[in-house]
Write a protein that binds this ligand. Structure first.
Ligand code: NOJ
Length: 567
């Protein structure tokens, strides 16, 4: 077993925003497949494809009506097969989004549950309850939806009378399943098999820690739902079952869980008979604060080490305002998405130059730390959040459900700029992209950045190539060399791999610092007179870079050969 996921660089494709292959303004699978050469050049090990299954698209695919089919918006099953095969030809693995907490209200199971009425086996697949009050016209409890408003919606019974209520953690069109029902577990295990049979290398599991609710449904002071996740919660049995399914396949299949739980709870889900890795949102919340970053690194590594699991590092995704914008704001926490407590997109004055400089520096920390790293499409271009989308363009259900008080997540989902041409190469046609792309992104496009050594894209490419060639970057043993009390100004740690050590320095202050002895591998800003400027990071090989450079040239040749063969 290679356990490739322990230190993989995994690129998140948000299919509707990555690349449009059929020219209708909406990204799709054919478009994504056509860009596989770009991803191989970038140097990623695997993809995570956000949901592209049959869906009414109320929550952009996180409301699935058929888990075994591709939505026509994105293509067909044959297109998915082609994407997986093409990725594999490039040596890139493919992980799919798996959404077990809720289905769409258009899913045949939910339709059958509404039609079958009270007490039926069909209703037992979801969380239906009678309402409170004399006529049952008040929701069963006071829990609130993550997207705003109550988390219960009432249905009409088959005879037309006002009936029971069903629970939904998110939008009303996303009814929660009853994971205490074995039929639900069996169905989803079968869905895993369906995609594993088609060559999927793994899954990203949506809202993974929320499958089991306290089924006494007690009122809470805050209106937050009660979701048991501790050792005794039946949720762990579900993951044990999923693990058996994954392990019954050859090829080291994996699952990453999405959870906003505390580190020690997350570790429970990563025990050897449960899931493999978990998204780690600590970096989203630490922003550009040295002590918080150090605390985040230490606590993530320690909690996971206790169960023998690697950690992951994440700064951006389709739910969180983009880091270039967040890091350019006074309050770096403004607008961060915490699963379970979703808030609005970024706010406050933004200094994008500062945000970009900080994002460059943080990228070198992110890509050096031991464990798997996620890159969200466009992060490698340094795209900012688009916070001035016209109201009429907004599509995130948060906008409607919050009564137009929260603008939602569309700002981090604006399509990728590929060229300086029509629609910045996203659609390859004149069709309007599903969200407007800012004209000034022409200079952030892949084509524009490709020719520039100082671009964000160049930094990511170089960093990924070095990481691939190194026994220390992304996989070495971490040892702090900066004292705890300087953490506000400087983070410095060594990564020790077999016969190789790389020192990572993050200078958080405005002032330059002296560099240690050794060979400079990469820095986020040019080194001047042997000093690393303020707000910058560097990788220094100790004592010298010869070993890495030699491996790098062999590896560079290898990658170039693979990409050439496919062109
Ligand atoms: C987390 C996903 O990342 C988010 O986009 C979605 O809205 C919720 N889960 C509900 O599925």
């Amino acid at each position: 077993m290679t356990q490739w996921w322990r230190d993989a660089v995994i690129y998140q494709i948000y299919p509707r925003s990555f690349a449009d292959g059929d020219g209708d303004g909406m990204g799709d699978l054919v478009g994504s497949t056509a860009r596989m050469g770009y991803l191989a050049d970038l140097g990623v090990d695997a993809l995570w494809l956000s949901p592209c299954f049959a869906s009414p698209q109320v929550d952009h695919g996180y409301d699935i009506s058929d888990y075994r089919d591709v939505d026509p918006l994105f293509g067909s099953l044959a297109d998915m097969d082609d994407l997986i095969t093409t990725a594999h030809d490039y040596g890139i693995r493919v992980t799919l989004d798996f959404v077990p907490n809720h289905t769409s209200d258009q899913h045949p199971w939910f339709q059958a549950a509404v039609a079958a009425g009270r007490g039926s086996p069909e209703r037992d697949r979801y969380l239906f309850r009678d309402g409170r009050g004399v006529d049952g016209d008040e929701p069963p409890n006071n829990w609130l939806s993550v997207f705003g408003g109550p988390s219960w919606t009432r249905v009409d019974e088959p005879d037309g009378s006002p009936g029971q209520w069903y629970y939904h953690l998110f939008a009303a069109q996303q009814p929660d399943l009853n994971w205490r029902n074995p039929e639900v577990v069996a169905e989803f295990a079968d869905i895993l098999r369906f995609w594993l049979d088609r060559g999927a290398d793994g899954f990203r599991i949506d809202v993974s820690d929320a499958l089991i609710k306290d089924d006494t449904f007690p009122d809470t002071d805050s209106g937050d739902p009660v979701i048991p996740k501790d050792e005794s919660s039946p949720v762990h049995d579900i993951y044990r079952e999923f693990r058996q399914v994954l392990d019954s396949y050859e090829g080291d299949r994996m699952a990453v869980i999405e959870t906003g739980a505390e580190d020690d709870i997350v570790a429970l889900f990563l025990r050897p008979d449960e899931m493999h890795i978990a998204f780690n949102f600590r970096f989203v919340h630490a922003g550009f604060d040295g002590s918080d970053l150090r605390e985040a690194i230490d606590s993530s590594l320690a909690a996971n080490a206790a169960v023998g699991a690697p950690t992951t590092w994440v700064t951006d995704n389709h739910d969180t305002p983009r880091s270039v914008t967040r890091l350019g704001q006074d309050s770096v926490l403004a607008g961060a998405y915490i699963p379970g407590t979703m808030t609005a997109s970024g706010n406050g004055a933004t200094d994008e130059d500062l945000g970009t400089r900080r994002a460059r520096a943080l990228a070198l920390v992110l890509l050096a730390l031991p464990g798997a790293t996620y890159i969200y499409n466009g992060q490698e271009l340094g795209l900012p959040n688009v916070d001035d989308l016209p109201d009429s363009a907004l599509q995130d259900p948060i906008w409607e459900r919050s009564g137009h008080t929260l603008r939602g997540r569309d700002g981090c989902r604006v399509p990728m700029p590929w060229t300086r041409g029509i629609n910045l190469g996203f659609t390859g046609s004149r069709a309007e992209p599903w969200l407007p792309i800012p004209g000034e992104w022409a200079e952030l496009s892949v084509a524009a950045q490709q020719g520039r050594d100082d671009s964000m894209l160049a930094l990511y490419r170089e960093a990924l190539a070095l990481r691939k060639a190194s026994a220390a970057l992304g996989r070495g043993e971490l040892r702090w060399v900066s004292a705890q009390d300087v953490a506000d100004d400087l983070l410095a740690f060594d990564l020790e791999g077999a016969d190789e050590t790389v020192r990572v320095l993050l200078n958080l202050s405005e002032d330059p610092i002296d560099l240690p002895d050794g060979g400079m591998l990469l820095s986020s800003e040019p080194v001047i007179d042997g000093q690393l400027p303020g707000i910058a990071a560097a990788w220094v090989a100790r004592p010298g870079p010869e070993g890495i450079q030699a491996r790098l040239s062999t590896l560079g040749q290898l990658i170039a050969d693979i990409v050439d063969r496919r062109r």
